[in-house]
Design a protein around this ligand. Structure first.
Ligand SMILES: [Zn+2]
Ligand SMILES: [Zn+2]
Length: 351
């Protein structure tokens, strides 16, 4: 098998060739049909997240071992399965849920493997899909995609379930009031599309890039606001007649967090998803006085992935522009993503 791996943090991925492993126990070997390129792969290849104030969260200190094959948005075709991997046959096409935990602790048993304190995520702590082949430890991480084309299904594993889970956290006001979505990149367009599929009332998108704001309006946003404008929060307050009940921040920078919290009405909720990085200083009395909630949201659970695939089978694949590229182009695609030149999603097609 051929894989593109992070060998040195901050350097381009290197193509390495290894013997294709054979599945044992509950393992399932897939050949990779589609592997989405996610913005967080930039942080993973850099080896850290920016905590603000010059501080960094090192991924190697968190258990990422090099060399590692990135790629956590994968659809594959079953090649072989271990003797304890039930319910699959060669040729089956499956979406891989990459957010795996230890599988044994209370959190994992409850179904929230993405919150396990011993994460084993594919493409982060375990080899991912920037490769001809991918080994998955258990069939419970594999989901039947039916007729959804692999390149349209792959982004559901991260971009899809991450925004789906964030939208579920909005609660009942999702269908009665506008939701504000900060960031109109690939994740933003996915969020907008799923918001509609979930029966969302209306969506106001905020982004600093006019090209991305246009893309959001084309995709059905009722308003697109320049989040870099000095009166951006006032514009949202005016557009929502008093402030937003829910803001989903898909960027997660110091400035978007400040903006997102300033957009809220009393009782509103700021849901932070993006990992751009930074920090903020908050005055505390307004938190109780305005009764606002600040909530983090990280990927989604296996149950949410199952619900999402059912939703997409009913309503059709999200209307996010998808471009396919050969596996060998991975470094060029990452460079485009870093330069902010990607509208929608790029999916690698190793087979
Ligand atoms: Zn991702
Ligand atoms: Zn666990």
């Amino acid at each position: 098998m051929r894989s593109f791996q992070v060998c040195v943090c901050g350097q381009p991925l290197q193509l390495l060739e290894h013997a294709t492993p054979q599945p044992t126990g509950t393992e399932v070997l897939l050949k990779v049909l589609a592997a989405g390129v996610c913005h967080s792969d930039l942080h993973l290849s850099d080896g850290y997240f920016d905590l603000g104030g010059g501080k960094r969260l090192s991924l190697e200190e968190r258990g990422m071992k090099l060399p590692i094959t990135l790629g956590h948005e994968n659809v594959g075709e079953v090649v072989a399965a271990g003797p304890q991997a039930k319910g699959l046959k060669a040729g089956d096409r499956r979406l891989v849920d990459p957010w795996m935990g230890c599988g044994e602790c209370g959190v994992c048993k409850r179904g929230d493997e993405q919150l396990c304190t011993k994460p084993g995520s594919i493409g982060v702590f375990r080899h991912g899909g920037y490769s001809t082949h991918l080994m998955v430890p258990h069939p419970r991480y594999l989901f039947d995609i039916g007729d959804i084309p692999p390149e349209r299904a792959a982004p559901l594993a991260c971009s899809g379930v991450t925004t789906y889970s964030a939208l579920k956290k909005v609660g009942p006001t999702l269908t009665t009031d506008p939701t504000v979505i900060i960031g109109a990149g690939g994740l933003g367009l996915m969020c907008l599309s799923l918001h509609k599929a979930m029966g969302g009332h209306s969506a106001i998108v905020a982004d600093i890039d006019p090209v991305k704001r246009d893309a959001a309006l084309q995709a059905g946003a009722t308003a697109a606001i320049d989040s870099g404008a000095p009166d951006a929060a006032q514009q949202v307050v005016a557009a929502t007649k008093g402030g937003a009940w829910a803001v989903i921040d898909l960027v997660g920078s110091s400035s978007t967090a400040r903006f997102g919290i300033d957009c809220l009405i009393k009782g509103g909720k700021y849901i932070i998803v993006g990992l751009y990085g930074g920090d903020i200083t908050l005055s505390l009395p307004p938190l109780p006085m305005r009764a606002i909630t600040i909530q983090g949201s990280y990927t989604g659970s296996l149950t949410e992935t199952r619900e999402l695939i059912e939703l997409v089978k009913r309503t059709g694949p999200p209307g996010v522009p998808v471009a396919t590229r050969p596996l060998e182009d991975v470094n060029a695609v990452l460079a485009q993503l870093r330069a902010g030149k990607v509208v929608g999603r790029v999916v690698l097609t190793p087979h």
